[in-house]
Write a protein that binds this ligand. Sequence first.
Ligand SMILES: [Zn+2]
Length: 239
Amino acid sequence: MTELLYQTDAYLQEFDAVIASVIEESRAVTLDQSAFYPGGGGQPCDLGSLLVNDVTYPVDKVKKQGDDILHFLGGDAPLPAPGSASRGTLDWARRYKLMRTHTALHVLCGTVFRDYGALVTGGDMEPLKGRMDFEFETMRGELVREIEAAVNKEVAQARDVRVKILPREEAFQIPDLIRTKINLLPEGIQQVRTVEIVGLDLQADGGTHVRNTSEVGTIRVADYKSKGAINKRIYIEVE
Ligand SMILES: [Zn+2]
């Protein structure tokens, strides 16, 4: 079981860990703890490197498997032995862009729900670019400009972003969480991680976020399109 360091400290760029297991066929290792985000909730996985005994392995891909995180090692150096000490380093430029983008999407989601009552049906992101689908009947250029102005106003409010890990029962009593389909969480999950943009948005979310919306930058609504009668997709870029 990997301790997920990114869940409580999104700003951790380097960390020490012990190699827990090695999967030869796929050149993957698990660690006792990791700051590498394995991907999920629309946020792509982290990349970076792992230093073991003077060998620096590129970390090409990271994936969650049960309670573990698999770190896929690139290159062709012989794999390290289980029990070895290692030091992981994130590709921080990429991760920080993803944090800004992920928080930007939550600002969008919170603003659109507050102003239009529209629920999110899906989303995806890459560094500094994202998209989100809403249950909207009509979408016009005028409305998109209105949304763009409103989200940037929220970013400028310098709202704090707070992460909490709550017992399942407690989380299920928060009315704001219901709209983000918290009820779809598998029964086995005993703890719910919540991400709150204070005064704007509260969601059950496993991703990494900036501490304050002032770190997001400027959000541009780059495009929008209809994905069906009540589904509209909004594309954003973060600058
Ligand atoms: Zn999210």
